[in-house]
Design a binder for this molecule. Structure first.
Ligand SMILES: Cc1cc2nc3c(=O)[nH]c(=O)nc-3n(C[C@H](O)[C@H](O)[C@H](O)COP(=O)(O)O)c2cc1C
Length: 181
């Protein structure tokens, strides 16, 4: 199932790479989907959600009933509901990808001024699901990756300066040796 909905919360929070509301939704979705054997992907743009859910029909119906009662979004519209042979998001309890740049290109191709999934054709819905499947997931556990990257950068800088100092000393030693010889 793929559906669209409108967020009821403000779309932007200064100094936050990801809205706290989205983080909360993802945390619940991932925990609950694992319990309920559901998988899927979520995109959020221009105040709208676009979510793909895969699993048994009964489990999806049960979740959809909960989603309809969730006050964090409204105006839910099913864009696609079809049987599938195999799961496309089997490795993700709820994949989240901030593919804003790709979506801008996609919208331009379809002559759409803003992200409005309510006006998507079935082909556009399928195309966006394809994109969500292909892209890398956006890490949302803020601390993990930057810390690693910082460490990596620190090590690279140390190696860079060490190499410089060693080559200066070596050049000086060789020059001294030649001039004294
Ligand atoms: C945009 C959006 C997507 C959500 N996706 C899921 C989901 O994939 N799985 C899930 O269990 N809950 C999801 N939720 C949260 C549910 O609406 C609900 O809060 C949650 O399932 C817990 O419900 P319960 O306390 O009645 O069991 C989502 C909520 C929103 C607003």
């Amino acid at each position: 199932m793929v559906y669209a909905s409108k967020a009821t919360f403000k779309p932007f929070q200064a100094n936050a790479s990801i809205d706290q509301e989205i983080l909360d939704i993802l945390t619940t979705a991932r925990r609950e989907n694992q319990k309920n054997n559901l998988v899927g992907a979520l995109y959020y743009g221009h105040g709208c959600f676009f979510q793909c859910l895969e699993g048994k029909q009964a489990d999806i119906d049960e979740l959809y009933a909960k989603l309809q009662k969730d006050s964090r979004h409204h105006d839910l519209k099913i864009l696609s509901l079809q049987p599938i042979e195999e799961r496309r998001f089997s490795s993700w309890e709820m994949k989240y990808a901030t593919i804003d740049r790709e979506v801008r290109t996609f919208l331009r191709t379809h002559q759409m001024a803003k992200f409005d999934p309510y006006r998507f054709t079935p082909e556009m819905t399928a195309e966006l699901v394809d994109m969500l499947q292909q892209v890398d997931e956006t890490p949302v556990d803020g601390a993990a990756k930057p810390v690693h990257q910082e460490m990596h950068r620190g090590v690279s800088l140390t190696v860079f300066w060490l190499t410089n100092v060693i080559s200066i000393i070596a050049t000086a030693a060789i020059t001294l040796w030649i001039t004294q010889a």
